[in-house]
Design a protein. Sequence first.
Length: 521
Amino acid sequence: MASPEQLPDMNFPSSIRDIERLITPEGSLYASSGEGYQYMLFGRDSLEAADDLVEVEPQLSLRVIDSLARLQGTQYNEQTAEEFGKIPHQHMQLHVDGVKIPEAAEEQLHKLSRKWGGTDEGFTYYGSLDATPLFARLIARHGLIHGPDFLRQEVEHTSGETISRLESYRRALHWICDHLESSELSLLEFRRLGEDHIIIQSWRDSGSSYVHEDGTQVNLDGFIAPIEVQGYGYDALSLSSRLLADFDLPTEETDRWVEHARQLQQTTLNAYWMEDKNAFAMALDRDPGNNWRERRVSTPSSSQAALLDSRLLIDLSEAERKQYVEGIINQLYDPDFMTEIGVRCRAASAAELVPFADYHGSWAVWTKENYDFIKGLRRQGLQGLADDVSIRLLNMANISGENYEFLYVNPEGEVDYMPKPYAPGMEVDEVIPATNVPETGQAWTASALLAIKRQLEPRNKLESDDWSKSLETAVLAKLPPNELLQSQQEIHEKRQSLKRFAIDIDAGIEADKSWNPDWWH
C-alpha cells in the first residue's frame, strides 16, 4: 500500500464549478452540460436546483423564476402542450447570447422542434405535470424567506406582455386548481397526450418508473398521479395565504387556493396511505380490467420521501404527523432501501420485477432524490438522520471523483462507483444490463452537493425533540455505522477495494424492449 505522500492527486468534484458551467446568459440554470442538452432549459430541473439553494442564493432563484415566467403558457396548444398559466418543461434556442449552439445541441433542437411545434430557431414545450407546482412553490418559499416585495417586480413575457411576478404566481396557482377540479380524483395527474409527447410527465420519466407489484407497467393510457407532485401542489397552494397576506387580492381567489390545499392534503392521505404496509404508494393509475377505477402503485418506492419536505405532513396534528413520518423513515432506512451511498428508488427486494437495471428502479440511487430526502429530514427535525444521508452522498461523490446524477448499486449493496460502458473482452467482476450510463454535470446534482457542503437547513422547520431523537436512535441501529471519508488515504483504500463493474447498454435495451415493447414502439 502506498503511503499518503506517494498517492496520486485525488479528484475531488467541485459543485461550484459544475453550477458555473450551467449558468445561462440571463443568470438562470441549464439542467445539463451533456453534449445534446447543454443549452436546454428544463423547468423542473432548474426549479429544484434553485430550491436547494434558495436560503443563500436568492438572486439565483429569482433568475430561474423570471426565466420561466417569461415562457409561461398563455393559450391552449395541443402540439406544444401549452396551457394558460402552465410552466414549460423544456426550452431551447439556436442562438445563445448571439452565438450559435454546438452541432450536437443543434441536432437535438431540430429533432425536438419538429415534434413539438417549434421552428428552426427554437422551441418551447410544456409537457410536464410538476414544473408548474414547483414554480409556484419556489416563489412561495423564496418570499417567505426573503420577503414578498419581489412579487411587485415585472417580467417581460416572450409574447410582449409585461406582467408582475405576482401575476405569474397567480396564473400558476389557478392552473393547479383547474387541474385539481378537472381530475375525477381531485389530484394532480397526467396522461399520454399523443405519439410525439413525453409519456411520463414526472421526474421519474422512464418506461419502468412505475411498476406494479406483479411486474406489470402502469396503464399509460389512463391518468397517473405521482405522490410527490401532490406535495408540491399542496405547498404551492397552502403557502399562498402566508405569502400574500399584505396583497389586496379578491377573497374568492385566495379562498379557492386555500380550500384546494385543504382538500388536496386530505385526498392524498386517504388515497395513498397503505395501512397494511405503513407506507405511501408511489402513484395511482387506472385499472383497465376494473372499469378504469383508480388503483395504487404499491411497489415499495422512495417517492414518498418527498412528502417529508412538504408542509402536507407538517400541517397535521402531532399524532398524525408522527404516524406518517415514522412509516416513511422506517421503510427507507431498512436495508432493503438504504445503501452506503443513499436510498434506492425502489426496494432491492423488487429488483426482479424489471429484467434489467432500470435507472429509476431498484439499482438506482439518485443524488437529487436523496437530497430531497435530506431536506425533508431536516424539516421534520431529524438532524441526525439528515447528517447520515449527507455523509453517504459526500462519500459517493468523493469516492467516484465525480458529481454523478445517479449510480448503480446491485441488490447485494455493491456500488458501481466508476460507471463505464461494457466492451467485449473487458475484464470486470459484474456486467450491469442497463439502458443508461450515469452522467455528470447535472444542475440538481451539483446544487444538492453544494447545499450539503454549506450545511444548509430550511428556516421553516420543526425542532428536534425526544420523539425525533428516539426515532433516530432506533433507525440508525438497523445499519452499520457510517463515517465520512475525508483523507486521500481513506478514499484511495476504498477505491482499491471496489468491485469492477461495466454497463452493457445493448443488453439493457434488449431486455427493456422485450419487457416493454409498447414503450419502445
